[in-house]
Design a protein around this ligand. Structure first.
Ligand code: ADP
Ligand code: MG
Length: 377
């Protein structure tokens, strides 16, 4: 039996029956940049929808790569590698259009689910553009749009007795070390800990600051602060921003003043380190060490996803800081979206194929059906 206003609440949040498991893969191909066009860059090897569809394919790139793939077909003497995902956004898709397909997932965080949205892809493929966007209103990315949507929905749900407490944490993981992007003091060491009790959310970061927020502008100010801190750190280490993961966490504690119902959840919005391979980026020395670490943590992420999909008795969450931090948000009780960003240039074609093959593997993973944990007082 539905509780007070439950039906309306569900309508508001657009809660629908999940048809598939709780992992989705969306792919977004960015447009050619002016600079790339000037340099004669081409994206003719990519067949994709202009706005949105479900598939894309790559034609006629270096055959040595294609011969390693099982899924190519010959047509007119050309080799075509087809890929399909839950959604493919072509190079004329807008931030607004992408968000329209992400909004429902974001809202489910208000319904008590832990949600993870990852931007995956090689450096320059559009991860930060997709997650953060620019300062212009119509180019806002998923993070600001999500925050706006959450505040709007919180207000709407208020008339059903729901009261929300929202707070933000923002952390960067660089070479397996966590840094608080919202900490003004220096020298505070962070470490990931777990609470023994079998609570839904048992992972926490000791020393990480948490900032209660009551409106969008407060979050915007925090995001600016975090970006400044990242930029400062980046001047001390080459390419740090492309070799680190940025994890923005919006923590939601919901209480219903009419029914006593309570739940808490986290919306994790993650800009991953570049997925480029070490050998091809020509790294050496310390840069190689960094790149290996990052490749390491990205492959740990895929190990965790496939262990969850296989229902393995041991899921190697603790093998990397990223997966350990997200342990509560990657399990069967949460929803995950892998947003795969693609650089459209022919020069990047080999990396693009690597990226799309990785995405295909993730797409086959069915982690389970998300359930929310509802606590009654
Ligand atoms: P990444 O974070 O993956 O390294 P960026 O998000 O910084 O890549 O994108 C690289 C460049 O491409 C930036 O100049 C960015 O503004 C531009 N860009 C990325 N995606 C788009 C897009 N969908 N539309 C227009 N420009 C884009
Ligand atoms: Mg970036």
């Amino acid at each position: 039996e539905l509780m007070v206003g439950e039906e309306e609440r569900r309508k508001l949040l657009n809660v629908v029956q999940e048809l598939k498991g709780n992992i989705r893969v969306f792919c977004r191909v960015r447009p050619l940049l002016k600079k790339e066009i000037v340099e004669g860059g081409s994206n003719e090897h990519m067949q994709m929808p202009g706005k949105a569809g479900k598939s894309l394919s790559i034609t006629n790139v270096s055959t040595c790569y294609l011969s390693k793939l099982h899924s190519f077909i010959h047509s007119d003497g050309q080799k075509v590698v087809p890929f399909s995902f839950d959604r493919v956004f072509g190079d004329s898709s807008t931030q607004e259009e992408v968000f329209a397909d992400v909004a429902q997932l974001v809202q489910s965080a208000l319904d008590g689910y832990n949600v993870c949205i990852f931007a995956y892809g090689q450096t320059g493929a559009g991860k930060t553009y997709t997650m953060e966007g620019t300062n212009s209103e119509h180019e806002l990315g998923i993070i600001p749009r999500s925050v706006k949507l959450i505040f709007k929905k919180c207000e709407e749900l208020n008339k059903f007795g729901w009261v929300y407490k929202l707070s933000v944490q923002h952390v960067e993981i660089y070479r397996e070390v966590l840094q608080d992007l919202l900490q003004t003091e220096s020298g505070v060491k962070l470490d990931i800990r777990t609470t023994k009790a079998s609570k839904k959310n048992s992972v926490w970061v000791n020393g990480l600051t948490e900032h209660e927020v009551t409106n969008y502008n407060m979050v915007q100010a925090l995001l600016r602060q975090a970006n400044q801190k990242r930029a400062t750190a980046a001047t001390n280490a080459n390419d740090r921003s492309s070799r680190s993961h940025s994890v923005f966490m919006l923590k939601i504690v919901a209480t219903n003043e009419l029914t006593g119902e309570e739940h808490d959840s986290v919306l994790n919005l993650i800009d991953l380190a570049g997925s480029e391979r070490v050998a091809e980026s020509g790294s050496c020395g310390t840069r190689l060490k960094e790149a290996q670490k990052i490749n390491g943590s990205l492959s740990e992420l895929s190990n965790v996803i496939s262990a969850l999909a296989n229902k393995d008795s041991h899921v190697p969450f603790r093998n990397s800081k990223l997966t350990f931090l997200l342990m509560d948000s990657l399990g069967g009780n949460s929803k995950t979206l892998m947003l795969v960003n693609v650089n459209p240039t022919k020069k990047a074609a080999n990396e693009t194929i690597n990226t799309l093959r990785f995405a295909t593997t993730v797409n086959k993973c069915n982690i389970g059906t998300a359930q929310k944990v509802v606590k009654f007082q």
